[in-house]
Design a protein around this ligand. Structure first.
Ligand code: NAP
Length: 436
């Protein structure tokens, strides 16, 4: 079962005795309305046609790695980047892509030059990213970082595509409006975030009434054992040095503040339609168990695997089948011990802020996300300290209590305003009040 915008765990289907396949509009294990064994929009037997939004990033490169190892099963329609034209051109040539787009027009000449004579179409700017997302593909990886991915990801959704969903800020920012578009256009979201991918694999979508809660695990990040005083002076280089995962800079900093887990609670709320109270977080430094589903009879189904994003990406790439991935196989005897602890809200207030923003509803998560993106960028460029990130987000939320989001235009406007306010809060602060 995949996520179609209509799966509701908080509102189980009427009656508890339904047999598999009877939930209106949904056929277990398949995309709604399609012929068994056939992938939506894909001719049986022909390779799956893939587009990657954000192919030069960490998620994008892992996806490219899997595609290069499974050449016969996939063709590539479009690839996109922000600035990294050299890598984009290399990927486009290696994968024989039809279209390559770079977001910043200033980088267009370099991309054109690098791909001249290859027969690959080249374009630039925001419209080109939307074009990449709209071009004919069976499967689109949403791998851009931040709310910048909203417009192209929505474009893929509006084409009714299967969207492998990594770009969590899109869902945090646009929430139920985004899910409404998914449902309206018959698109399918396949969760790529390792925790959500794990939950997806353990979650019985056909009997949601039997699910009590889900648990997302959290590595605790590089500062799990740091005191507040020690965290005050950590550097961007220390913050991006994640102990178990290799990821882009922004998500690495989010993992260090635990904002990443807050964003994931919001993401899980929308993907699995669960209230915040039914989404637990547990710190698990080894990052071996990624997610757990607790059923009302006390059974707990967990998903385990080595911390390598190519496993969840491979699951989404091959879904509803499985694609081979060269990830290290789990050797539990070698791992030895799996440990767990509760997250510390005092040292890591970001998780609490995310839950509060979600509880406000409407605009709360949009403001949280915009303020966090602004603060993380300021931290990475040395303008503020590590503890200032959460404090900036908290102050921005105080100044912008939220309100309703009635349209995607509201999301874009609110996102812009929240970034402006967060930017004004960044300048005067020296060190965080969180530490005082
Ligand atoms: N990395 C992971 O293991 C992981 C795990 C779970 C979820 N995620 C989520 O997946 C998303 C991508 O993460 P990542 O770690 O792969 O990020 P990343 O390494 O920073 O890569 C981001 C990608 O987006 C492009 N990009 C950045 N800003 C853009 C903009 N304004 N407009 C258009 N394209 C832009 C980048 O292009 P350039 O290379 O040209 O800058 C790059 O291709 C994030 O939402 C993250 O939370 C990541």
């Amino acid at each position: 079962m995949a996520i179609t915008g209509s799966t509701r765990a908080d509102q189980p289907p009427a009656g508890s005795g339904e047999t598999r396949g009877q939930i209106p509009g949904q056929i277990p294990g398949q995309i709604p309305g399609q012929i068994p064994g056939q992938i939506s929009g894909q001719t049986p037997g022909r390779p799956r046609r893939v587009t990657i939004l954000g192919s030069t990033g960490s998620i994008g490169q892992s996806t490219v790695d899997l595609l290069l190892r499974n050449r016969d099963a996939f063709t590539v329609e479009a690839l996109t980047a922000h600035h990294n034209t050299a890598l984009l051109a290399e990927q486009a040539k290696a994968l024989d892509a039809r279209f390559a787009a770079v977001a910043d027009p200033a980088d267009y000449p370099a991309l054109k030059e690098a791909l001249s004579g290859c027969g690959i179409e080249v374009a630039c700017g925001r419209a080109a990213l939307v074009e990449a997302a709209e071009r004919p593909a069976d499967w689109v990886m949403a791998g851009i970082v931040g709310a910048a991915g909203l417009e192209p990801t929505l474009a893929a959704v509006r084409q009714g595509r299967i969207v492998a969903f990594a770009n969590k800020e899109v869902l945090v920012s646009a929430g139920s409006l985004f899910m409404r578009e998914v449902a309206a256009h018959g698109a399918t979201l396949l969760p790529v975030d390792s925790e959500h991918n794990a939950i997806w694999q353990c979650f019985d979508f056909t009997r949601v009434e039997g699910i009590e809660k889900i648990t997302l695990t959290c590595s605790g990040g590089p500062f799990r054992e740091h005191s507040l005083a020690a965290m005050r002076d950590v550097t961007p280089a220390q913050a991006v040095a994640h102990p178990t995962w290799r990821m882009g800079a922004k998500i690495s900093v989010d993992s260090a503040t635990l904002m990443n887990k807050g964003l994931e609670v919001i993401e899980a709320h929308y993907l699995f339609q669960l209230a915040s109270e039914r989404i637990d977080i547990v710190v698990h430094p080894q990052s071996i168990i990624h997610g757990l589903v607790t059923y009302r009879d006390g059974s707990v189904l967990a998903h385990l695997g080595s911390p390598d994003m190519r496993t969840p990406i491979a699951y989404a790439l091959g879904w509803p089948g499985r694609t081979a991935a060269p990830t290290p196989r789990l050797d539990l005897a070698a791992v030895g011990r799996l440990t767990f602890e509760a997250p510390d809200d005092q040292r890591f207030p970001a998780l609490r802020l995310a839950r509060e923003a979600l509880a406000r509803g409407g605009a709360g998560p949009t403001v949280l996300n915009a303020a966090n993106e602004t603060a993380v960028q300021a931290f990475l460029t040395g303008q503020i300290g590590f503890l200032d990130i959460a404090a900036t987000v908290e102050d921005t939320l105080e100044r912008m209590p939220g309100g309703n989001l009635d349209s995607l235009e509201d999301v874009y406007n609110l996102d812009r305003t929240a970034r402006e306010i967060a930017a004004t809060l960044i300048a005067p602060r020296g060190h965080s009040r969180v530490a005082e």
